[in-house]
Design a binder for this molecule. Structure first.
Ligand SMILES: [Zn+2]
Length: 205
């Protein structure tokens, strides 16, 4: 992945949706040749979009609640972690922070800090959204996939989508939720843990 700190010319991608209103501000075919002046004018006149991705895994163990997207799911095992171990929300936080170039969830909420012991991960998401908002970003959409052999997760999607709709202030159609198994392969296939992958799009004017 190319980061802005590595001098990427592609760091500030722009959405095309505003281009009809800005006919003179079209994106150059070759970003490497555009001048700093044209770069500035693009940033000033059209929406900046950024994509982020996050991935997370947690072990399953006895005596823990299973919480995904803030929803408690009845299961004999729960995810182990410093917080509530909400693997989906953690992947989502990482995707959002990554899109904004703001590091990752471990940087902002270290698992060595007692402050975050047992914390509800939707509260961490709230703080991540505040960081993005302070930088002028809003979330366009998110798309998440859970990887779990058990339990079956799709019946819980309506409740999970409701929680995420509230947390992200997005309409339900902007929240993708999917689940898959690992076809019995590996640690997830042996029900030793659950994984989550999330991508998101954020934008600012
Ligand atoms: Zn995590």
């Amino acid at each position: 992945m190319i980061s802005e700190s590595e001098g990427s010319e592609h760091g500030d991608r722009v959405c095309g949706k505003n281009s009809p209103e800005n006919p003179g501000k079209s994106i150059p075919n070759h970003p490497t040749t555009r001048s700093s002046d044209s770069h500035e004018s693009i940033n000033d006149s059209v929406t900046q979009c950024r994509i982020g991705m996050g991935i997370d895994f947690h072990r399953l163990g006895k005596g823990r609640p299973l919480i995904l997207a803030g929803v408690k799911i009845e299961h004999e095992l729960g995810l182990i972690g410093h917080s509530d171990a909400d693997v989906l929300t953690h992947a989502l936080c990482d995707a959002l922070l990554g899109a904004a170039g703001m590091g990752d969830i471990g940087t902002h909420f270290p698992d060595t800090d007692e402050l975050y012991c047992g914390i509800e991960s939707l509260k961490l998401l709230e703080r991540v959204l505040a960081l993005l908002a302070a930088a002028g970003y809003r979330v366009v959409n998110v798309d998440a996939t859970l990887i779990a052999q058990a339990p079956r997760l799709t019946p819980h999607f309506p409740a999970m989508r409701t929680r995420l709709t509230e947390a992200l202030h997005l309409s339900p159609d902007r929240i993708g939720l999917k689940a898959t198994t690992s076809e019995g392969m590996g640690a997830i296939g042996r029900c030793e843990g659950i994984g989550a992958i999330c991508v998101c799009l954020i934008e600012r004017d």
